[in-house]
Write a protein that binds this ligand. Structure first.
Ligand code: GTP
Ligand code: SPV
Ligand code: MN
Length: 598
């Protein structure tokens, strides 16, 4: 592909303009062929951007280490640039488009000198599906190109589909000098454009992912009456019938793990088969049948490495055996990779994520263990390599959703599972999700913050309007999914997890689906329905005495105290917060005051 063969004038003009600004040595169109990918990988190795792993043990796999100051999303440098400040809302950083473009221009000017500027046409969603959106990423990072080739459907076939005047999201990325002072992740939803500078980390630099598929897409979804969500998609097959659910958990709170779960031994006899359709993002549309249909816009997984092993997530381990890029894990001197709570023994010696010599058991001056992998180290692998990938994962129509599951990481308060009373109450439950911060973004790990629908960092417009959009979507469906809330992370007084999690989570999903089919016994609490005694199948689990009671406990006084935090959170939206959410708040307050008979 060359500039001369491009028939889309708007695209051509943008490429020309960007090349004049960035001043790369050359412009290279990515056509998406295997021959090209292998050539680019060789080039990335020659330039030192990636290191090939031991090809016998890890065929087609590469290692990459990013700048130690650039290993997680930087929410404080992420902006929504709209003409009106209130359109970004109180939970987003805002900049005017003029200021955004001016700041970006200053950084991009000449930043690609001595480099190649790659142009990657890509489709989020199967090419040609009614769900799909096209983007074009310009980048001066070969690491980004290699990742985008895994995470999206990229290359000339996308251009063919775009035609001479199709619309696309302009995604402009320069790594510049990787200095945080020149790091900005800017979104211009009114122009269908993203500009990202000074970072080469995943969500900051792979612009199809959080920037296009969530921030820009959520803006478009509101206008076009659909939903762009931070959700996994999972299929549960039993007796020849498959139910599909989506689940929204904040970053590093278990989406990849749930999406690939293996039925626990105790439930094996029931003949469950679990299908993976997506692990991070779902686009949802109302079907002609009045149900909600979901599609995964991505083509790969950009998953958290630490904690991934063949006990917790065997499907992930099988997925990353070949053709995978490992970022910021430990690199063994024998060209192996390893991470904390990973597979097998660590190598005898290696280099840690921040480029320092590392040996097993290494401790710092204070005697604290020095991790080999960064807690947010990741693997990038093709979804097609996942043993549990659903045969219909690329169906252009998507799959019909029976349940939407919200969740967070809470040591206390939230029970293992509860079912919302109806759609509006479910939206309230989603809007008030709170969770302990993880290493996926720069910030204080463990601090509890509100993360509505797991979208706090990803909603591309005023979250008050977003809640309104969710509420009205309920009215567009004759058969809306039921809404649930789960918490795999509740702890006992010794701060040990009460629930074993991972594959065992199917026991909770089983109850959720039973509820969707009008079965499954439940007890009503002020916050919603929880499983009645004996309603969860716990065969073979051997939980300690009383653990289940603690897991399902709903303490009215704790929930009443939580309401103060909800009020502070809601208040900041002013008039943009739908009145319905205040009605839900008041109704919950009342229910918490009323003694409910058991
Ligand atoms: P992003 O890719 O950042 O959006 O995250 P994610 O939601 O896909 O998170 P992921 O599944 O990678 O899980 C992150 C961490 O949570 C890992 O360290 C897992 O081992 C851990 N985890 C996942 N599921 C469970 C569970 O059921 N129980 C417990 N205790 N930990 C879990
Ligand atoms: C997340 O942080 O939610 C991720 C990783 O899935 S990133 O692509 O960096 O956003
Ligand atoms: Mn994510």
């Amino acid at each position: 592909m060359t500039m001369a063969t491009i028939r889309h004038e708007g695209l051509k003009a943008w490429i020309d303009e960007t090349a004049r600004l960035g001043q790369p040595d050359q412009v290279c169109w990515v056509d998406g062929t295997e021959e090209e990918r292998s050539r680019l990988a060789k080039r990335a190795i020659a330039r030192g951007f990636v290191i090939p792993l031991d090809q016998d043990r890890y065929p087609g796999c590469y290692y990459s280490r990013s700048n130690p100051n650039d290993v997680a999303r930087t929410e404080h440098l992420t902006y929504i640039c709209t003409r009106k400040r209130e359109d970004a809302g109180p939970t987003n950083n805002w900049m005017s488009p003029e200021e955004g473009y001016a700041k970006a221009k200053e950084i991009i000017q000449g930043s690609m000198k001595g480099r190649t500027m790659y142009v990657i046409p890509f489709s989020m969603g199967p090419i040609g599906s009614p769900f799909s959106k096209i983007g074009v990423e310009i980048t001066d990072s070969l690491y980004v190109v290699l990742n985008m080739l895994i995470m999206t459907r990229a290359g000339s076939k996308v251009l063919d589909h775009l035609g001479t005047d199709g619309s696309f999201t302009k995604c402009l990325h320069t790594r510049a000098d990787l200095d945080v002072r020149r790091r900005l992740i800017l979104h211009f939803p009114e122009d269908n454009a993203v500009v990202s500078t000074g970072s080469a980390y995943g969500g900051n630099a792979l612009l199809g992912k959080k920037c296009l598929a969530l921030r820009i897409a959520s803006w478009q979804a509101r206008q076009e009456n659909w939903l762009a969500e931070h959700m996994l998609i999972l299929g549960i097959e039993k007796d020849g019938k498959t139910d599909y659910v989506t689940a929204a958990f904040p970053s590093a709170c278990g989406k990849t793990n749930l999406a690939m779960l293996i039925p626990p031994r105790g439930l094996k006899a029931k003949g469950y088969k679990i299908w993976t359709l997506g692990d991070d993002i779902a686009w949802l549309r109302v079907g002609r049948d009045g149900r909600l249909w979901a599609c995964n816009p991505e083509a790969g997984f950009f998953g958290v490495a630490p904690g991934t092993n063949s006990k917790t997530n065997p499907n992930a381990i099988a997925t990353i055996r070949k053709n995978t890029i490992f970022t910021n894990v430990l690199l063994g001197d024998d060209l192996s990779v390893w991470w904390e709570d990973g597979e097998g023994e660590p190598p005898a010696s290696g280099t840690s994520w921040d480029g320092k010599p590392w040996t097993p058991g290494l401790r710092d001056a204070d005697g604290k263990p020095v991790p080999g992998a960064h807690p947010n180290s990741r693997f990038t692998a093709p979804a097609s390599q996942c043993p549990s990938i659903a045969p219909n994962w690329e169906d252009p129509q998507g799959v019909p959703i029976s349940a939407i599951i919200f969740g967070g990481r809470r040591e206390r308060l939230a029970p293992l599972v509860f079912e919302a009373l109806d759609w509006a109450h479910g939206v309230y439950a989603g809007a008030t999700v709170s969770s302990e911060r993880t290493a996926a973004a720069v910030g204080k790990v463990g601090e509890v913050r509100r993360d509505p629908m797991a979208m706090l960092p990803f909603c591309g417009y005023n979250m008050g309007d977003y809640f309104g959009h969710w509420l009205q979507m309920g009215g567009r469906m004759s058969c809306p999914p039921k809404i649930f809330h789960v918490n795999w992370f509740r702890k006992d007084e010794n701060r040990q997890f009460l629930w074993p999690g991972y594959g065992e989570n199917l026991r909770v999903i089983e109850w959720i689906l039973a509820r969707c089919h009008g079965k499954g016994k439940a007890a009503r609490t002020p916050i919603g329905f929880v499983p009645a005694k004996g309603a969860l199948d716990l065969a073979g689990l051997n939980l300690p005495e009383g653990a289940m009671d603690k897991l399902l406990e709903v303490k009215a006084e704790d929930w009443a105290a939580e309401l103060d935090g909800v009020k502070v959170f809601f208040d900041q939206f002013g008039a943009a917060l739908p009145k319905e959410l205040w009605r839900q708040y008041d109704a919950l307050k009342d229910r918490l005051k009323t003694k409910v008979p058991a």
